[in-house]
Design a protein around this ligand. Structure first.
Ligand code: BGC
Length: 360
């Protein structure tokens, strides 16, 4: 009897130990999965790139990581298939991309090179084109950057923006509109030229106009178009992360083809710094459009500090011009644009379009 109960006791003890072990195992697995599910919303997400150029550990970027590790031939084959496969056959991409990671660390003290950007973005097509894999992009976005001798800034822009734009599941191309020569700079005219030249390349229906030195700090700030013209760079570090004034429309903005055409594009006669963005705002307001904006938090961005460019001094005529937008906008815009195309280069990370914009 005593031997029997001792045996039963031992068996019970072993069963209990096994149960406790199983429970511990279950709890550990649950804890691991729970922590992994938390790391995105709360972590201060790094950008896709890591300093040593290796692929990111972030699980949301698995698609990109895999592409980077694929043998080149296989990857080219896949790229070809994707190009051949009409996007129309695919399901639409969701409104909010599941690849977004949230706030990003933007740091201009790191050293970046074009080679590194190339290595880290293996999915890009010639001229800096990309499109989502596995779903059909909601819009075709041309990104237009007015430019002259800012190679270092452009490298940062490409380094930060290409991964972001891919995570945003955009069908996009990057067009750098390079003003030739040493005449006074004309930002708005370069933007008009970008619109015309991009449309020669692809059937874009959305245009993002971005300064070369502005980097978004959250990838939820999607570089696409909305039912109203969009101002994207709403809280810049330069202005203490707030709008300098309510009508401010400078830095980065987006417009659909219809919105852009409704205002006859942008003015061509703002030479030098300032005023052209206010003129664009006036054009939009005069056509009854409103400005859409992301929240101040999502719209945070950093500007690369620099000295004022030569031949881009503040334009003393800007105040007078802004006061007369309504009278001038129908005559001065996309319908009166003239320029000379000097060179078009499809580079690995962007399309460079060099133009002669003339002089005042
Ligand atoms: C200029 C704009 C400029 C803004 C912020 C205004 O006075 O007219 O062109 O974007 O200041 O710097």
């Amino acid at each position: 009897m005593a031997v029997d109960s001792a045996g039963t006791f031992n068996r019970l003890q072993r069963t209990c130990k096994l149960l406790v072990l199983l429970c511990l195992l279950h709890i550990s697995v649950t804890v691991v999965f729970y922590i992994r599910s938390l790391d995105n919303p709360f972590a201060f997400a790094q950008n896709q790139q890591s300093r040593n150029g290796s692929a990111p550990p972030d699980r949301h970027l698995e698609g990109f990581t895999r592409a980077a590790q694929q043998p080149e031939e296989e990857q080219q084959q896949q790229e070809k298939q994707l190009k051949d496969e009409p996007q129309e056959k695919l399901e639409k991409c969701p409104d909010t991309s599941p690849l977004l990671v949230g706030p990003l660390r933007v740091d201009f003290s790191v050293t970046v090179s074009l080679d590194q950007v190339k290595r880290e973005n293996p999915g890009l097509g010639p001229g800096g084109r990309s499109w989502p894999r596995g779903c059909r992009a909601l819009q075709k976005v041309a990104i237009i950057i007015p430019f002259r001798r800012r190679e270092e800034h452009l490298t940062f822009w490409l380094y930060y923006l290409h991964p972001i734009l891919q995570r945003q599941q955009l069908d996009y191309g990057v067009y750098v509109i390079n003003q030739d020569g040493d005449e006074i700079f004309n930002r708005a005219k370069l933007l008009n030229i970008g619109y015309v030249e991009a449309l020669k390349e692809y059937d874009y229906n959305c245009f993002v106009f971005s300064d070369v030195d502005l980097i978004p700090m959250d990838d939820h700030n999607t570089y696409r178009c909305f039912s109203q013209p969009r101002h994207l760079s709403v809280s810049m570090d330069k202005f203490g992360f707030r709008l300098p004034y309510n009508q401010y429309f400078g830095g980065v903005s987006s417009m659909s083809k219809e919105q852009y055409l409704k205002i006859n594009g942008f003015p061509n006669n703002y030479w030098g710094w300032g005023g052209e963005d206010d003129d664009i705002y006036n054009r939009l307001a005069s056509k009854g459009m409103q400005i859409s904006r992301p929240s101040g938090e999502t719209g945070k961005c950093r500007m690369i500090r620099h000295n004022r460019d030569k031949q881009n001094e503040p334009n003393p005529q800007r105040f007078n011009r802004i006061a007369h937008t309504r009278e001038t906008m129908d005559k001065d815009g996309i319908n009166s644009l003239s320029y000379r195309l000097l060179k078009k280069e499809k580079l690995d990370l962007y399309t460079m379009i060099t133009v002669d914009v003339g002089r005042p």
